[in-house]
Design a protein around this ligand. Structure first.
Ligand SMILES: NC(=O)c1ccc[n+]([C@@H]2O[C@H](COP(=O)([O-])OP(=O)(O)OC[C@H]3O[C@@H](n4cnc5c(N)ncnc54)[C@H](OP(=O)(O)O)[C@@H]3O)[C@@H](O)[C@H]2O)c1
Length: 507
């Protein structure tokens, strides 16, 4: 198989496309066929020996990718061959085949192309961690993003807007600023031709930005910091300019401000559950269309060195990727991917879905915003309705008096109690989650935003469509799962009810 090799440290033109032996997955490893790999500034630093990590030569750069699982090593249960996945790795992604740690592989959300999946995790993960986790950016605050048209910069613009901030984008050209504006920036500064401090004063009525996101460093850092608002947070993200700025320490004192370091790779290593929580929130924003990775250019693997060269020459905007084959969303079928195979049956209350595999609670992060599955049909017959009436002592005639309801009810017979349908949620949850997830229990403990939309007549069948809304890691093997439950009534468009539930998964 072919790989881009760094045999001597230097600029991208020293990289060589070479034939290397096909890797074999060891225990806990997954072998992927790379379809798209994200290109990031640290890749360009790594091959020059200018990054924190200094791998032994020769090595293949590239730290994130999306592709298809070719093989898994012993003990790997979270993915299987044929599945479409996205993954992070320290290096090695700029190759036809890539070995990764199974813990860093996630199934790709439905409808996502390999291109977007490969360009998402590092840039958006860094900016989300920086703005939400490190700066605690709040709605209504003002955010300044330097290098705002770059990979992490444009992600910060979109995330800042999604978090409700007013975003000022700063970049070096009119074209780059136009891109920032079309990605939601409220105000623009050309720091090449305009004075940063003067413009910041004008744009913030002299108050200054509350949060500054700086992936550039160099000579912009000090004027930016001098402009920061009282109690501001200055995020040190990177030094694309090449120069590590030095700030006088009286500045944070005078502004009551904080200088906050951001190191996403180490954050993932030290705080994996928090990263998974971030990912879950980001997939939610992605599915709502609030995040839209901008891929400005794709380079085939053979031209991978050019991608890094263009990055270093400030020629790229948003994200660029290296591709290997087809990157479209539907290039591998969901059936082959083994995600969920829906197979409805008309006979009795038999299972309506075939769940292809067991998954870990953490994997649910990639299901945020989409349907996890549909339960079996449940018949709400008169015996069930009568039992519920007895239990709750709700003996209203519309539920239990069959002869009277046949004559007087507008529904032509008795109807099930709305709360009877609602109380079917746990049984459907157990069917779809406990049997499938590697958990001991699902505890339903909360209900939110319930709407009863249509009556269920005695003898009708209902089934639950469960959508994952959010996943939160509560530590010690406990996960807080929010789901939206839609109870479909057989042969009817309008559902019986839609309800949000909160549940604990216990590993
Ligand atoms: N802390 C972390 O965890 C973390 C994670 C990922 C990336 N990073 C760092 O963040 C920085 C940006 O990464 P990225 O992937 O977003 O890179 P990128 O897409 O190339 O963006 C960098 C931006 O910096 C500006 N820039 C200013 N001087 C530059 C120069 N001499 N060369 C190149 N760009 C220059 C450019 O915008 P203008 O032309 O508009 O000035 C460019 O859009 C890098 O330093 C990277 O190492 C840090």
């Amino acid at each position: 198989m072919k790989a881009l090799l760094c045999k001597t440290l230097g600029l991208p033109d020293t990289l060589l496309l070479d034939e290397v032996p096909e890797p074999k997955p060891g225990p806990g490893q997954v072998l992927l066929e790379m379809r798209a790999a994200g290109v990031n500034f640290p890749d360009a630093l790594l091959i020059q020996g200018k990054y924190q990590a200094k791998p032994a030569l020769p090595f293949t750069p590239g730290s994130e990718l999306a592709g298809v699982v070719l093989a898994v090593g012993a003990g790997v249960h979270n993915v299987k061959p044929g599945q479409r996945v996205m993954a992070s790795c320290q290096m090695g992604a700029f190759a036809e085949q890539v070995l990764v740690d199974a813990r860093q592989v996630l199934p790709m959300p439905d409808g996502l192309g390999f291109d977007v999946a490969a360009a998402f995790t590092l840039a958006f993960g860094t900016s989300y961690h920086a703005l939400k986790g490190r700066a605690n950016l709040k709605a209504g605050e003002t955010l300044l993003v330097l290098g705002a048209s770059g990979g992490v910069g444009l992600a910060a613009v979109q995330i800042g807007k999604a978090l409700g901030a007013r975003v000022i984008a700063a970049a070096s050209s009119a074209d780059k600023l136009a891109l920032c504006q079309s990605n939601g920036a409220d105000a623009l500064i050309n720091y090449h031709s305009e004075d940063l401090r003067t413009r910041l004063k004008e744009l913030t009525d002299g108050k200054g930005p509350d949060v500054i996101y700086d992936p550039v460093g160099g000579h912009y850092a000090e004027p930016a910091f001098r402009s920061i608002a009282w109690g501001g947070r200055y995020l040190v993200v990177g030094f694309a300019n090449g120069e590590i700025p030095v700030l006088p320490l009286n500045l944070p004192l005078l502004k009551g401000a904080s200088i906050v370091g951001v190191f996403w790779g180490e954050f993932v290593k030290h705080q994996l559950p928090d990263f998974i929580q971030d990912l879950s929130a980001m997939f939610g924003l992605l599915s709502q269309g609030k995040l839209r990775p901008h891929i400005s250019k794709s380079y085939p693997l053979a031209q991978g060195a050019q991608a890094l060269q263009d990055l270093l020459e400030r020629k790229v905007t948003g994200k660029v990727i290296i591709t290997n084959g087809d990157v479209r969303a539907e290039s591998v079928s969901d059936a082959a991917a083994g995600v969920v195979e829906a197979e409805t049956t008309q006979a009795g209350d038999a299972a309506a879905v075939t769940l292809a595999d067991t998954i870990q609670p953490a994997d649910l992060a990639s299901w945020v915003g989409r349907e996890l599955g549909v339960s079996s049909w449940i018949t709400l017959d008169q015996a069930r309705i009568d039992a519920f009436a007895q239990c709750t002592q709700d003996q209203q005639w519309i539920h239990v008096d069959v002869p009277r309801a046949a004559l007087e009810s507008p529904f032509g017979g008795t109807i099930a109690h709305a709360f009877l349908s609602l109380s079917m949620i746990p049984v459907t949850m157990y069917e779809l989650l406990v049997d499938r997830l590697r958990v001991q229990a699902v505890l339903n403990y909360g209900l939110d935003k319930t709407r009863f939309m249509a009556p269920v007549r005695s003898g009708q069948r209902v089934r639950n469509h469960i959508k994952v809304v959010a996943l939160q890691n509560k530590g010690a093997g406990r996960w807080l799962l929010t789901t939206e439950n839609t109870f479909e009534i057989e042969d009817q468009d309008k559902p019986a009810l839609v309800a949000m539930t909160l549940g604990y998964l216990i590993e």
